[in-house]
Every structure is written in structure tokens, then in C-alpha cells.
Design a protein around this ligand. Structure first.
Ligand code: GAR
Length: 196
């Protein structure tokens, strides 16, 4: 099986859906080998342990520069020897020290219909702009923030009474469908953009 590492910073709901998809299907092409968080008390770490997945914590505040943190990240990841690295709510900007080391093997999920709304506060910005739909995207990670070739997208309607929180909840349901589906496609080498 292809070895999959998952990087998180928070609750890890996307990590759980990725891991459960892999662990629940003996025919799945991937296996989760490491869940790594930059936040020591990220809720997702306990969930990963409950699923029997090895975990690691790398506190970014212990490093002077982003490059130093990324070098430590590379070291930790090399021990896990991942074929693919899934960023799943990993809230750190990555430098070329990381991106160049794993080029072509890193996926990210972002809560907007990229190329719209890179960065933070995506749902508030979509509502503010008067958009009638929002969504999520999975893309290959390149040096640019929330840039890189799109692998999959799912959209949801924006309702008149939506708040950023209510919209985030609707999008997250789609994230949990999209990311496992894209990972399967990626691991089996299926080309093209997945639309849910
Ligand atoms: C998800 O909505 C994900 O798309 C977003 O953080 C959330 C993590 O939730 N990612 C980003 O904003 C990346 N910049 P989770 O920890 O429950 O998977």
C-alpha cells in the first residue's frame, strides 16, 4: 500500500474521514502511517490515537524561522517515509524547504472554490461578495499559497441567512466526501478533476 501521512492543526475531522476510508477498506490503495500536528493539544491527535495511527507533534513556536520548522518537519516525515502527504486543516504556510522536498506528493484541502478566496476567512468573504455558491477544493501543493493544480471540487449553495459558521458546516460535509474520493483517485493515478 501507499504510505499516507496526514498533517493537522485542529479538530482533524478531515483526517478522520481520510483515515477511516483507508482503514475501513482492505482494497484501499493507501494506509495511514502518521498524523502530525504543529499544535500539541490539537483535538485530532486523540482521534488519530483512537484509530491506532502513530502521531507526532512538532511545535512551530520552537523554531526561529519557517525554514527551520520545515526542515524539522522533513526529518520527522522522512522517518515515516510517506508516498503521499495530505494537509488536512494544517494551518501553516510552507516554504520551499518543505514543498521542494515532497514535490508532487502533497495534497491540500481548502474551503473555497479555488482560485477564489485563497488564504483565511473564505466563507465570510464568499458571503460578503454576494456569491450564490461556495465549496471546497483539493489541490496539489506548490510553492504558492493555496495554489497548484486542482484535483477535485465540490460546491454548495449559499443561502440568504447564512453566517460564516453555517456555511462552513455545509462545506465541511462536502469536504468529508471530496477528500477521501480525491485521495483514492490520486493513489490510483486517475487523471482529471473530480467534481462532486
Ligand atoms: C477545514 O475546513 C479545512 O478545509 C480548513 O480547515 C478546516 C479543518 O477542519 N483548511 C484551511 O483553512 C487551510 N488553510 P478539520 O480539522 O476538522 O479537518
Amino acid at each position: 500500500k501507499k504510505r499516507v501521512a496526514i498533517l493537522i492543526s485542529g479538530g482533524g475531522s478531515n483526517m478522520v474521514t481520510l483515515a477511516q476510508d483507508m482503514l475501513g477498506d482492505p482494497m484501499h490503495p493507501g494506509a495511514p502511517v502518521l498524523v502530525l500536528s504543529n499544535i500539541a493539544d490539537a483535538g485530532g491527535l486523540a482521534k488519530a490515537r483512537d484509530l491506532g495511527i502513530p502521531t507526532a507533534v512538532l511545535d512551530h513556536k520552537a523554531y526561529d524561522t519557517r525554514e527551520d520548522f520545515d526542515a524539522a518537519l522533513n526529518d520527522t516525515l522522512r522517518h515515516a517515509a510517506p508516498d503521499v502527504i495530505c494537509l488536512a486543516g494544517f494551518m501553516r504556510i510552507l516554504t520551499p524547504v518543505f514543498v521542494d522536498a515532497w514535490e508532487g506528493r502533497v495534497l491540500n484541502i481548502h474551503p473555497s472554490l479555488l482560485p477564489k478566496y485563497k488564504g483565511l476567512n473564505t466563507h465570510a468573504r464568499a458571503i460578503e461578495a454576494g456569491d450564490n455558491e461556495a465549496g471546497c477544493s483539493v489541490h496539489k501543493v506548490t510553492a504558492g499559497l493555496d495554489d497548484g493544480p486542482l484535483l477535485g471540487q465540490a460546491s454548495v449553495p449559499i443561502r440568504a441567512d447564512d453566517t460564516p459558521d453555517s456555511l462552513a458546516k455545509r462545506v465541511l460535509v462536502q469536504e468529508h466526501q471530496l477528500y477521501p474520493a480525491v485521495l483514492r483517485h490520486f493513489l490510483t493515478g486517475e487523471p482529471g478533476l473530480l467534481r462532486l
